[in-house]
Ligand binder design. Structure first.
Ligand code: NCD
Length: 361
């Protein structure tokens, strides 16, 4: 990255969060989605309704054709320089549901970055050909930098969506997780007042970090962070929770101890790609932090089990057959909620809601 732009970006990066969030808006609406903190309750509820409408409309061929016309005049670029199955495919298919054409770079070895082009120049190049950039990166602040760069230097308004930024954030995963929780708890009073347990590598897991940062949008939430000390939730998220008076506790010995308290159990894998030296994570025994088949009897009847995937051995596959296992639905919800997000960014969500109403779906 160029030294000149490094300095300019660092001024932006160090500015107060509110200032940054403001710069990711257009007409007072979310334009770039970089951080979970950009998402408020009306936005989250809007995604919920738009997602439900999209799913209903998609049941008929006529409905699918209607949706494909909505953004048929737009092109999206998927720039993923970190491994991805679900996020990539669900975004790509979300674009296609709305009729958008997509192009992709999934490996910097096949882009001009290998010839020494800077991230900034590559990013501006992608923006020349697309109306939307969806990006996943190893770097914590690449999506932020990309959005800042285009907002500062490009005349064309091209929104940037963060599809996972290093070990920092994954706001669209948080959106689909919340949607899954809203659906799971529809008959038991919604998300408000629930206890959400998160287990695994909370320190470097961007999904649990981004999900925690949405908790201020709900009432009377309680969080339980279950992880051995080296993988515990970092202070920045804990400080956020304190600032918003959200109750949390840490359990550092065993998942079993706290399972009966949870309304939702969010399991995650160890993020060993972020190890500073080979084998660093492997030295910690995670046996007490797995969800075993025999644990099911400890769970509340309405409990929802989530996992952002990929799964290793944190959840016994036999649990997949239990009605409380929501992770396969959660995965599919990713495509629908991402379509709802893109529709909202391009301001066609009202057309979707109108169609649903007119066709009494
Ligand atoms: C997560 C990610 O990439 O952060 N996966 C995903 O997007 N569904 C979780 C993970 O990799 O562990």
């Amino acid at each position: 990255m160029s030294h000149y732009l490094d300095e300019k970006f660092s001024v932006f990066k160090n500015s107060p969060l509110e200032t940054k969030l403001q710069s990711f808006k257009r007409d007072d609406k979310v334009f770039d989605l970089v951080f979970s903190e950009q998402l408020d309750r009306p936005f989250i509820d809007g995604i919920y309704h738009t997602t439900n409408a999209l799913r209903r409309i998609s049941k008929s061929k006529e409905g699918r054709v209607f949706l494909q016309k909505l953004l048929a005049h737009k092109r999206a670029m998927l720039y993923f320089n970190q491994p991805s199955s679900r996020t990539f495919l669900s975004f790509e298919n979300a674009c296609h549901i709305l009729g958008m054409k997509t192009s992709e770079i999934r490996d910097t070895n096949v882009s001009s970055e290998v010839k020494g082009e800077s991230f900034d120049d590559s990013f501006r190049t992608f923006s020349s050909y697309a109306n939307l950039i969806i990006m996943r990166s190893k770097g914590k602040d690449h999506a932020e930098r990309g959005a800042w760069l285009l907002n500062t230097y490009s005349n064309r308004p091209v929104p940037v969506i963060n599809g996972g930024s290093g070990s920092d954030q994954h706001p669209t995963q948080a959106i689909l997780d919340i949607y899954t929780l809203q659906r799971s708890f529809a008959d038991v009073g919604g998300i408000d007042g629930k206890t959400i347990l998160m287990c695994g590598d909370l320190k470097r897991g961007r999904t649990v970090r981004s999900l925690s940062l949405l908790m201020n949008n709900f009432e009377r939430m309680k969080l339980i962070f279950v992880a051995p000390k080296p993988f515990q939730m970092k202070d920045d998220v804990l400080d956020f929770l304190k600032r918003h008076n959200i109750e949390y506790m840490k359990e550092q010995e065993s998942l079993k101890k706290v399972l009966p308290l949870a309304d939702a159990i969010y399991m995650t894998r160890i993020q060993d790609e972020h190890d500073l030296e080979a084998g660093e994570s492997a030295q910690f025994d995670m046996e007490e932090f797995k969800l075993n088949y025999s644990d099911l009897s400890q769970l509340k009847d309405h409990a929802a089990i989530l996992h952002p995937f990929p799964r290793r051995d944190e959840i016994d596959v036999r649990i997949d057959e239990d009605r409380r296992a929501k992770y396969w639905r959660q995965e599919r919800n990713g495509m629908w909620t991402r379509a709802a997000l893109i529709a909202t960014i391009f301001q066609v969500e009202q057309e979707i809601l109108r169609y649903e109403k007119e066709h009494q779906l």
